[in-house]
Design a binder for this molecule. Structure first.
Ligand code: MN
Length: 716
């Protein structure tokens, strides 16, 4: 790690900007911005004891390393002014205009996140970063520089805070820097995070690097000379750099099982040439003199990485038998490798760097698209955070379309994920996949560099099994939504039906119950927008009909409400929570077989604890004093046995098909019997389901079969 310079005076910043921006006016503007920020922060100090202004000044200075434009540097100087000082948007806009103010607002929004749980915090953080990227990617670049400077001065914070910041930098900000291609910032963030997360490891590696440095430097220098004169002989203009490995990258290799000595013995060179073609010429010259290690050559020039990285990589047996990792690239490629998305700033001829950066972000960076896809899926906070971590920020594989386009996918992806990533329509009509010229099964795990061809058929539709085969949440959701579209109407009808029945039972007039006012109140309570959505939520088992009715007719509830926090000694493994009583024996009634999600009532038996019935079970003796309010205790691993009667229109045997339909939905069959074969056949089917929603899926599947006349849940 090279020593990073901390500056104290605005003159140093201006001097640096002057090296790449040729405009006296702009430099004056920077000074004016600094004076404004200085006045606003006057009297504020950081934990380290310095004047506060030192922080924004150095954030701005970091940005000059990647040749940031003037508005970005101005925004960096003022990035904490809106939040921490007495300054309004309007005042800033009057002084410095809309563009700069918008940038500062963007950064301010990102810092204002306060949520109690880690998950809530993370989801808000990600969402804001996504919004930031889509509005103006410069906001995120400023945020990265802000974090980098905070990490450089992290020593001033208490240890617990250090760990939190370091973890967040490692897990979120460094991966984002990586996907934006800003290698400089990424690498320093990783090293600093490691230093606080695993100080022992960090200092151990740093020390070993130092010890071997002298000897390594000598060998690298000699090799450099030989290669350089070789290239000069062939008239190739070039520049050669030795390159330092980051401590974090060494830590990573050690973690993957490589030996210390293997890593330290590896020497590294980087050769910069003028033209793309010369990369290959230089490679040929080097290979003709030094024997390459088999299978280590990589051509990222012809096939750039999704974050735009381009370079040739080879490893050769070099001087004294040492292995040398050599990278060959043009100056332009080097700029992109170091600064990624920010490299647009470096080209003077680039008139509209800002617009170009934004469109590159959106077009080229698949990572950006993946996050956008996920954010448009309706995921819970936890699902969203986990998918972003596993599927977007983690290690990815790169595979090819038959035309040679690169598709980036999370490790473990299948041809189904590939097909949906190419296009939803391709996914929905796929019938098979060919990988590297061989037919593969749909659960084949794609490997780096696979060439994947998807066979489609316009008439074909997805299969439900795919949901469990696909790797990414996004693909799973696409498949689910295909089925949801078709099932939605069935659910709505079913929901309306059950509500009607329940109202009839309670002797409530349907039309009176569904007055506009009542509908509005129910919508508000269960957070939906229309009557159809109310039906949908009943139909898919999310809410029991009686729950909906109780929203309006509250006095029906006689038993006290169960308060989860208030009742003590709740057995987490129990199926049922009984209001006001713990440690009581609870049985699920065998007559109506309630499953999780059913509306239920407890019945106090003589000497046999409480039996739980579905609330519409006709065996429930209506002795009010014997009834007790009970609620389900969610237990994800639990299965509930329930019994169905299936009426078919044919006497032909359909048992096998019925069992298969259940299996596809991951519903184990306990037993199936033929009860009658007069007219059509009638079967009694006992199955284990997870909950009401799971059961409803099976009912819908059965209702789709032409030979099935009707299906009933049994009540004896
Ligand atoms: Mn800051």
């Amino acid at each position: 790690m090279s020593k990073k310079k901390e500056i104290e005076k605005v003159e140093e910043l201006i001097e640096k900007v002057d090296t790449y921006i040729d405009s006296k006016e702009s430099l004056e503007l920077l000074r004016k911005t600094y004076d404004f920020a200085y006045a606003k922060h006057k009297g504020q100090y950081r934990k380290s004891g310095e004047e506060y202004i030192i922080h924004p000044l150095n954030v701005a200075y970091i940005l000059t390393d990647i040749y940031a434009d003037i508005p970005t540097i101005q925004a960096a100087l003022m990035h904490d002014v809106l939040e921490d000082c007495d300054c309004t948007n309007k005042e800033m806009e009057e002084h410095f205009g809309k563009e700069v103010t918008m940038l500062v607002q963007g950064v301010t929004k990102l810092s204002k996140i306060n949520f109690s749980t880690e998950n809530e915090y993370l989801i808000e953080y990600y969402k804001k970063i996504i919004v930031g990227i889509s509005e103006d990617v410069r906001v995120i670049i400023i945020k990265l520089a802000d974090r980098l400077h905070n990490m450089r001065t992290l020593w001033a914070l208490p240890e617990a805070k250090q760990k939190i910041k370091a973890k967040e930098s490692m897990e979120i900000l460094a991966p984002i820097a990586h996907h934006l291609g800003i290698h400089k910032i990424k690498s320093e963030l990783e090293d600093l995070s490691l230093r606080y997360l695993k100080p022992d490891v960090f200092y151990d590696i740093a020390e070993k690097l130092n010890l071997s440095k002298l000897e390594r430097d000598k060998t690298v220098l000699e090799m450099q000379k030989i290669v350089s004169s070789l290239l000069t002989e062939h008239n190739i203009h070039h520049e050669i750099k030795g390159r330092a490995k980051s401590i974090y990258s060494i830590y990573n290799k050690l973690n993957k099982g490589r030996k210390f000595s293997d890593i330290y013995d590896l020497h590294a060179l980087r050769i910069l040439v003028e033209k793309e073609q010369e990369c290959y010429v230089a490679l040929g010259i080097i290979h003709s003199k030094f024997r390459p290690l088999p299978n280590r050559f990589k051509d990222y020039v012809a096939m750039p990485k999704p974050n735009m990285y381009q370079s040739l990589h080879t490893t050769v047996f070099g001087l004294d038998g040492y292995l040398f990792e050599i990278q060959i690239r043009t100056h332009e490629m080097d700029e992109i490798a170091e600064n990624g998305i920010a490299s647009h700033w470096a080209y003077k001829e680039n008139k509209d760097a800002k617009a170009n950066m934004q469109s590159t972000t959106e077009q080229k960076l698949q990572f950006f698209k993946s996050i956008m896809d996920l954010s448009s899926d309706k995921l819970s906070s936890e699902e969203f955070v986990n998918s972003v971590k596993d599927e977007v920020l983690n290690d990815n594989i790169y595979v090819f379309t038959p035309k040679g386009d690169i598709i980036e996918l999370p490790k473990g992806s299948t041809p189904i994920d590939f097909a949906y990533k190419v296009h939803t329509k391709v996914g929905e009509t796929m019938i098979g996949a060919i990988v590297n010229n061989s037919i593969v099964s749909l659960d084949y795990e794609l490997q780096n560099n696979d060439i994947v061809k998807i066979n489609t058929n316009k008439a074909s539709t997805p299969s439900k099994e795919w949901i469990s085969i696909a790797k990414t949440t996004h693909t799973k959701n696409k498949i689910r939504s295909f089925f949801a579209k078709n099932e939605k109407e069935i659910y709505i009808e079913r929901g309306k039906d059950s509500l009607e029945k329940e109202l009839r039972k309670k002797k409530i007039v349907f039309n009176e119950f569904l007055s506009d006012k009542n509908i509005e109140e129910i919508c508000k309570e269960i957070k939906v927008k229309s009557l159809d959505e109310i039906y949908l939520n009943i139909g898919n088992g999310k809410h029991a009909p009686s729950t909906i009715i109780n929203i309006i007719i509250k006095e029906e509830r006689k038993a006290p409400k169960v308060s989860k926090i208030g009742s003590q000694n709740i057995d987490a493994n129990a199926d049922i929570i009984v209001s006001g009583i713990d440690q009581v024996r609870v049985n699920l009634a065998q007559c109506c077989n309630p499953v999780f999600g059913d509306d239920i009532i407890g019945y106090i038996t003589m000497g046999n604890g409480i039996t739980v019935h579905r609330s519409n079970c006709h065996n429930l003796v209506s002795l009010e004093e014997r009834n007790v309010e009970v609620t389900w205790n969610e237990n994800k691993n639990k299965r509930y046995l329930t019994c169905l009667i299936i009426h078919t229109t044919e006497t032909e045997d359909h048992m096998l098909d019925i069992v298969q339909k259940a299996n596809i939905l991951d519903i184990p069959v306990d037993s199936i019997h033929t009860m009658s074969k007069v007219g059509g056949a009638i079967y009694e089917l006992k199955v284990y389901v997870r909950n009401l929603e799971h059961l409803n899926k099976l009912l819908i599947e059965f209702n789709k079969q032409p030979y099935i006349e009707k299906v009933e849940r049994i009540q004896r």
